[in-house]
Design a protein around this ligand. Structure first.
Ligand SMILES: NC(=O)c1ccc[n+]([C@@H]2O[C@H](COP(=O)([O-])OP(=O)(O)OC[C@H]3O[C@@H](n4cnc5c(N)ncnc54)[C@H](OP(=O)(O)O)[C@@H]3O)[C@@H](O)[C@H]2O)c1
Length: 349
């Protein structure tokens, strides 16, 4: 099969680098076009990018020119990991010019006609793009993935919601520094410290969770009818957001049944064997002190949500810990899986 050429907006950033790395041996897509700010435009990628990943920069990317973020000679499919200060307008410009924009940025996630997708959880919400194109008169489209903190929470809640219904959710995050981009949080602020504030994060988690677990009917998403409260903290961890979660369910369940619901969870990406889909979207650890980012962040190539420490909660009903890789499942890997779902549905033909 001839690979589809793809572009990356914001290719020089933390998430952009993940895209370049994850796409190196992708069976369906190959990187052909890169763009970033005017500081980087005109240079080749090796010059423009301060590569921060352990894996070496792919040879094929080194010599590619970095362009300005203008829809000139860009391929049909463009991934976006642009700074949210500019993502809103740039992504619209590309969609208007006929491009399929698969974005990580928060700017368009909550717009009523923009799909906010986790392919395992709500693949049917992709159908919103038909309405989006009609309403906006676009040839292209914008599809988004959730915030890096939302994704682990929602992956772990989805099988519980499906089997028992959700009533209340309380989540406290311990978020890695790579979630703040590069250079991110100053060393003197984060070393030996916890910062109990990440601007806009709690609101994003609360809104996005209800949209993702909502039902698409009559052309719009009816948000999930449960309460969500998020506390978000930045901690001195390199990669991987850890979350302490308490839930109250609508129907009765036992601890064993919840573990079974997580272990048995499979969905469309697994059925279709999409290239980036984890075989086990949720991995359950039995040890009393797991998951931990140091040991578990790379499970299923960073695409699974790792859960553990399930026990009764005296305030709600159950409590547990979840872990998700923030720049893979929480960003570039999530967008890649969205694009694979779209290709398997014929949106990229
Ligand atoms: N890091 C995560 O874990 C994570 C997870 C989920 C979502 N996100 C979202 O993904 C996006 C990127 O995050 P990041 O962590 O990769 O940030 P980052 O490391 O700061 O990278 C930002 C990228 O945007 C480009 N850019 C900045 N200003 C620009 C401008 N005026 N015009 C065009 N391009 C511009 C930068 O290009 P230059 O290098 O040329 O400046 C760089 O490529 C953000 O919207 C973020 O909220 C991040």
């Amino acid at each position: 099969m001839k690979k589809l050429e793809v572009g990356i907006l914001g290719a020089t950033g933390m998430v952009g680098q993940r895209f370049v790395s994850l796409l190196e041996h992708h069976p369906w897509f190959e990187v052909a076009w890169l763009a970033a700010s005017e500081r980087s435009a005109g240079k080749n990628y090796a010059e423009a990018c301060n590569w921060r990943l352990r894996e070496p920069m792919p040879k094929a990317a080194r010599e590619l020119s970095v362009h300005e973020c203008k829809p000139v000679h860009a391929p049909l499919l463009v991934f976006s990991s642009l700074d949210s200060k500019v993502a809103g307008e740039v992504e619209k410009e590309f969609a208007q010019a006929g491009h399929v924009v698969v974005s990580n940025s928060s700017n368009h996630r909550m717009e009523a006609d923009v799909p906010l997708l986790i392919p395992e959880v709500n693949p049917d919400h992709l159908a919103l793009v038909r309405l989006q194109r009609k309403q906006r008169g676009w040839k292209g489209m914008i599809v988004t993935n959730p915030n890096c903190t939302t994704v682990g929470l929602v992956m772990s809640l989805a099988p519980l919601e499906k089997a028992y219904g959700l009533e209340k959710v309380l989540m406290t995050s311990m978020q890695a520094v790579s979630g703040a981009g590069y250079p991110g949080v100053p060393t003197l602020d984060i070393l030996g410290n916890v910062i109990p504030f990440i601007s806009g994060e709690e609101e994003k988690v609360e809104r996005e969770t209800r949209k993702l677990l909502g039902k698409l009917a009559d052309g719009h998403v009816h948000p999930g009818e449960f309460a969500v409260s998020a506390h978000c903290n930045r901690v001195p961890v390199e990669d991987g957001h850890t979350e302490s979660i308490s839930v109250a369910l609508k129907a009765k369940a036992t601890l064993e049944e919840l573990v079974e619901a997580w272990r048995g969870y499979r969905s469309l990406p697994q059925e279709r064997q999409l290239p980036s889909a984890p075989k086990h979207p949720i991995v359950v650890r039995e040890e009393r002190d797991r998951p931990q980012p140091k040991f578990d962040v790379g499970v299923e190539h960073g695409m699974a949500t790792v859960v553990g420490r399930l026990r009764p909660c005296p305030v709600l009903q159950f409590k547990y810990t979840a872990l998700s890789h923030n720049t893979i499942r929480g960003a570039a890997g999530a967008a890649l899986l969205n694009a694979e779902l779209m290709k398997s549905e014929g949106y990229l033909d």
